[in-house]
Design a protein. Structure first.
Length: 243
């Protein structure tokens, strides 16, 4: 698939997929309602688990949004996502907190803000680390979805191999395009909340945040599938040569 086709397919997936229009819209609404309740821990786990299920079904070639069944398995998937998220984001998050914490201490504790006294290194390193971490994290979730094992999220050799198979340039362009679309919708959500906090309170999590999550989950599955398909093609070509 072309990158534009991956983005377009992922964009249409929740609400305008012609093959499963009504089914996907209904399941998108249910997913949005789950996201609306993510302030509670358990629904948040379901949201993470369902998003991983979307990626898994996409890798398997299914364009229909998954059913809401096997809830125990969905909870387990959600817990896997949470563990993976904590591990991947731990170091850059700590560095950013250490860097930003200096502003707080100087401004609110000591009552003075002298930028020359701040050690910028932790903050700069933390921010710079977030970019490759997010990229690897998205492929790690896809690898975990494919193998249905938590350990697959930390199999760096296989994750790098998938990225190399897709191509670093193509993978980076895919990531940038996916992030741009997500940022546009996130900005729209922020504008809605600024215009009307009451409307935004309901619309943003139910429609916009849920759309962004499903869009990313679908897009992750599609780009990961390319790595699998290319690997299988190489294996088949090698087998033919050996014969």
């Amino acid at each position: 698939m072309k990158l534009t086709e991956i983005i377009s397919d992922s964009f249409k997936y929740p609400g305008s997929n012609p093959e499963h229009l009504n089914t996907n819209r209904k399941r998108w609404l249910i997913f949005g309602l789950l996201m609306f309740t993510t302030l509670v821990v358990i629904p948040g786990i379901f949201v993470a688990g369902y998003a991983l299920r979307v990626t898994r079904k996409t890798i398997q070639g299914d364009s229909k949004m998954p059913e809401y069944d096997e809830w125990a398995g969905m909870v387990l998937d959600g817990l896997k996502v949470i563990v993976t998220t904590i591990v991947y984001y731990f170091i850059p998050t700590i560095l950013v907190i250490l860097g930003a914490g200096q502003f707080y201490l100087m401004a609110y504790v000591y009552g003075v803000l002298n930028l020359t006294l701040i050690n910028w290194l932790p903050l700069i390193i933390g921010v710079l680390l977030f970019i490759p971490v997010i990229m690897f994290y998205m492929m790690a979730l896809s690898n975990m979805a494919y193998h249905n094992r938590l350990g697959a999220a930390f199999n760096m050799g296989e994750i790098i191999q998938r990225i190399e198979t897709v191509g670093y340039g193509r993978f980076i362009l895919w990531w940038v395009a996916t992030m741009i679309v997500s940022a546009i919708f996130a900005s729209a959500g922020s504008l809605i909340e600024m215009g009307s906090s009451i409307v935004g309170f309901f619309v943003v999590p139910i429609l916009i945040n849920s759309f962004i999550t499903l869009f990313q989950a679908r897009s992750m599955g599609l780009i990961y599938s390319e790595g699998i398909d290319a690997d299988n093609t190489q294996v088949n070509d090698t087998s033919i040569v050996n014969e």
